[in-house]
Design a binder for this molecule. Structure first.
Ligand SMILES: Cc1cc2nc3c(=O)[nH]c(=O)nc-3n(C[C@H](O)[C@H](O)[C@H](O)COP(=O)(O)O)c2cc1C
Length: 353
């Protein structure tokens, strides 16, 4: 029976188990370039046994950063800065992945330990979105992207994907969740355009589909491509799971390999019923209705809980964020708890048994 420690093949990539380190912004980059913090943070999760370590939302252009300290991959300096980090992740038996992102109307904010909300000092920049609707009161009104502006950002995703390949990443995740640019086109709450990128379902999903198709065409055939979506906005008249299922059928036909099933982030008045594993039913529904591999994420914190999700076929992998912050060695500890075999780093073997 498939369990949490059964390897999984996605194209050329073999995941040693089903525990993935979810992308997590570290607000520790310098002009988009990752630093030693990233080497230690990502490297620890790789040494700790995660099968794939996904680098945080990395902006495809400077305007696409959430905060000035976000990582990015819009130039070759970034490629050079990521390369040794990627190499170290791989040396620990984990697959290095990068989440490509554009923050859209939620860009230009303070890093969390500096405060909350948008930048107001000279560091702020003009944010862009599908329509001139701010995320929340106090947030800037986004500049509505023209059709040419949309095409330019799609190209930025493609160029960022090519740079990611050059940096050595073995998989790419397109970030279309949490209210950031691509998700903001999907949701009727943020997209009120009347051209071919707004209005009907087909129009709202166009930007994501075009971006996905272009990125897929720009990376090696044997490289897996993941897409993270918010399966629902948790708000009336917003994006929902039924639309997500229809979207995922189209993403599957574009040769996407796995849907990372998150939720929320589109609007501040969302009502999220947060309980352990609260997003798992989305991963299960999409996996069954679409026949595509899915990842479950959100309040997965325990070994037995994670194992049950995989054993019962609710998802193909679990992505973990906060639990891996508490315990970078969670996969090693989980294997012990579940009486399963896992290779510890040889430096730590004395405490493996
Ligand atoms: C510090 C931190 C940073 C995050 N940054 C990102 C990010 O860059 N991209 C993303 O898609 N999600 C991001 N998330 C969301 C996580 O990937 C994950 O989906 C969420 O925390 C729920 O999983 P958890 O309950 O295991 O923490 C972040 C979460 C945390 C705690």
């Amino acid at each position: 029976m498939t369990n949490l420690f059964t390897p999984l093949k996605l194209r050329a990539v073999e995941l040693r188990n089903r525990i993935l380190c979810s992308p997590m912004c570290q607000y520790s980059s310098v002009e988009g370039a990752p630093t030693n913090w990233h080497l230690v943070h990502l490297g620890s999760r790789a040494a700790g046994g995660a099968s794939l370590v996904m680098v945080e939302a990395s902006a495809v252009e400077p305007r696409g950063r959430i905060s000035p300290e976000d990582s990015g991959i819009w130039n070759n300096t970034h490629v050079e800065a990521f390369a040794p980090i990627v190499k170290f992740i791989e040396s620990q038996g984990a697959v290095p992945g990068i989440q490509l992102a554009h923050a859209g109307r939620k860009a230009s904010t303070l890093k969390p330990w500096e405060g909350q909300g948008p930048l107001t000092d000279k560091r702020k920049w003009t944010v862009v979105g599908p329509s001139p609707i701010p995320f929340s009161s106090g947030y800037p009104v986004p500049e509505q992207l023209s059709v040419e502006g949309i095409a330019a950002i799609r190209t930025a995703f493609v160029e960022a994907a090519k740079r990611s390949v050059r940096a050595g990443f073995k998989t790419i995740e397109i970030h279309s969740a949490h209210g950031y640019l691509l998700h903001s086109f999907l949701s009727p709450l943020s997209n009120q355009r009347t051209d071919e990128y707004g209005g009907s379902f087909e129009n709202r999903i166009r930007f994501l589909l075009e971006t996905t198709e272009s990125v897929r065409g720009a990376i090696p055939d044997d490289m897996p491509l993941l897409v993270r979506i918010s399966c629902t906005d948790w708000a009336d008249n917003g994006w929902d799971i039924d639309q997500s299922v229809e979207l995922c059928k189209k993403l599957k036909s574009l040769d996407v390999d796995l849907i990372d099933c998150s939720s929320g982030g589109a609007v501040p008045y969302q009502k999220i019923p947060v309980t352990p594993g609260y997003q798992v039913p989305f991963a299960e529904r999409i996996r069954k209705a679409v026949g595509i591999a899915t990842g479950a994420v959100g309040l997965i914190t325990e070994a037995h809980q994670a194992n049950e999700i995989i054993e019962s076929g609710k998802a193909d992998v679990v992505l973990m964020a906060r639990q891996l912050l508490r315990d970078p060695y969670f996969p090693l500890h989980a294997a012990k708890e579940l009486n399963m075999d896992i290779k510890w780093p040889p430096q730590y073997e004395r405490v493996a048994k």
